[in-house]
Design a protein around this ligand. Structure first.
Ligand code: AMP
Ligand code: MG
Length: 424
């Protein structure tokens, strides 16, 4: 049965193909203040408004000079002084140096800067101390070395972080044009669920998946739209899906396994859903469902071009929901957001201790783990499984910061092995 299901790689390729189609329909743009741009996606390319640096810049406190003259170690006359913020000075007379501070424009005629620590300065004369010499270009960043006026610095689709904020600011942008965030409907299903602030009766549990998915969606630069939880009845699901199909992406949690009250797939089919896959050979998350619903255009959509709304039916166990979001929903979300980046993000790490957890054969496993990214003994960060009671163990997941990837046929991974981790 499960051999008919796609492998992780096959399902990921299918999702990536859909994400590529979505990228062809970029969302609307809006202008936001630079201070609110972090985590957003550039809708317009960023160009250099002038040369960077705009003048030859000294990277040291010291003396601007001609390298050939300074390297003779003769005493050179002090011809002037310049600090950061002053207009370019010069020209530098022959046989002279010019006192200069970090960030100041190098005077015309000088080809290098000697560091203040490397000279002897007395009585208006400066001498580079032997045996040091200086080469042309030393301690100077040439005008335009980083970028020329009009150069493309960042293409549209770049996710804005601290470095991009700095660059936009350096180019004089107090606002930036970004893509409107996709709106993601989050629909938890299950008769056992109560709201976070309700007190659960015996047999009931709090709906933790909705806030968890909202957190993942927000972290992915999208706008979460949390719907009231649906119960395990056809009527409740039909009503909720009609509402949810107005979103750019729909995440449903629960109700996709093979149980008697797993009614989500039939409800999606009644709503006109097309299924791209119904199950993947992974653990946790095997019942994952991916497809598209006809778009309900009766509400305000972010992307009016889209005629369908992609959906993921995520298995309800919290670790399953999180893993399937990271593996499959996040790449679709990135595409809907107009981002050029496509998840999920994997890294290599060294396994701290042998893991011998047998799983079902033929499934790629993603197990909650903790990776020490700080200074460690070896060249790779060290990862260790978190002890866990399975895919319902939220406490274990909360102690983890990544998921150890156990390939389909691997049951035992030796201490010291180089392994892949899925970054959260
Ligand atoms: P299901 O996928 O509906 O069969 O649910 C699998 C497990 O996940 C069950 O133990 C559910 O109680 C639990 N579960 C389902 N939905 C949620 C939710 N929204 N929050 C927390 N646990 C859930
Ligand atoms: Mg359920």
């Amino acid at each position: 049965m499960s051999s008919a299901l796609p492998s992780y790689e096959q399902a990921a390729a299918l999702v990536a193909a859909h994400a590529a189609q979505l990228r062809a329909m970029p969302p609307q743009a809006e202008r936001v203040p630079l201070g609110q741009a972090s985590g957003r996606v550039l809708a317009e390319p960023l160009y250099a408004d002038r040369d960077q640096p705009p003048f030859p810049r000294s990277t040291r406190d010291g003396f601007a000079c001609r390298a050939a003259e300074a390297s003779t170690h003769k005493k050179l006359a002090l011809a002037g002084s310049i600090h950061a913020g002053e207009a370019p000075a010069g020209p530098l007379p022959p046989g002279a140096v010019w006192e200069i501070m970090t960030g100041a424009p190098v005077p015309a005629g000088a080809d290098s800067v000697v560091m203040i620590e490397h000279v002897e300065a007395a009585g208006g004369k400066v001498r580079l101390l032997p045996p040091r010499s200086v080469k042309p270009g030393e301690n100077i960043v040439a005008e335009g070395a980083q970028a020329r006026k009009g150069d493309l610095l960042l293409p549209a689709g770049t996710v804005i972080g601290f470095a991009q904020v700095a660059l936009a600011a350096a180019c004089g942008n107090s606002t930036v044009d970004v893509f409107v965030r996709p709106r993601v409907a989050i629909l938890a299903t299950g008769d056992e669920l109560v709201a976070v602030d309700a007190s659960p009766a015996p047999g009931q549990i709090r709906n933790s998946n909705a806030p968890m998915l909202a957190s993942l969606v927000a972290a992915a630069g999208a706008e979460p739209w949390v719907l009231p939880a649906a119960s395990d009845t056809a009527q409740s699901l039909d009503a909720a899906l009609a509402q949810a199909a107005r979103a750019d992406l729909l995440l449903i949690s629960g109700g996709v396994s093979a149980g008697k009250f797993d009614l989500v797939e039939p409800a999606l089919a009644r709503a006109g859903g097309v299924f791209h896959f119904t199950g993947v050979r992974i653990q946790p998350g095997k019942p994952l469902v991916f497809g598209e619903l006809p778009r309900n255009h009766s509400g305000a959509n972010q992307n009016e071009n889209a005629t369908t709304c992609c959906f993921f039916g995520l298995p309800g166990n919290p670790v399953s929901s999180a893993v399937t979001f990271l593996l499959f929903a996040a790449p679709v979300l990135a595409a809907l957001a107009g981002s050029r980046e496509s998840g999920p993000r994997f890294a290599l790490a060294r396994l701290a201790s042998t893991t011998d957890k047998h799983g079902k054969p033929g499934l790629t496993r993603f197990l909650p783990a903790h990776c020490d990214f700080g200074a460690s003994a070896g060249p790779l960060p060290e990862v260790e499984l978190v002890s866990s009671q399975g895919s319902g163990d939220i406490a274990a997941m909360a102690r983890s910061n990544c998921f150890l990837v156990v390939p389909e046929e691997a049951h035992r991974l030796e201490a010291g092995a180089i392994v892949r981790i899925l970054l959260a």
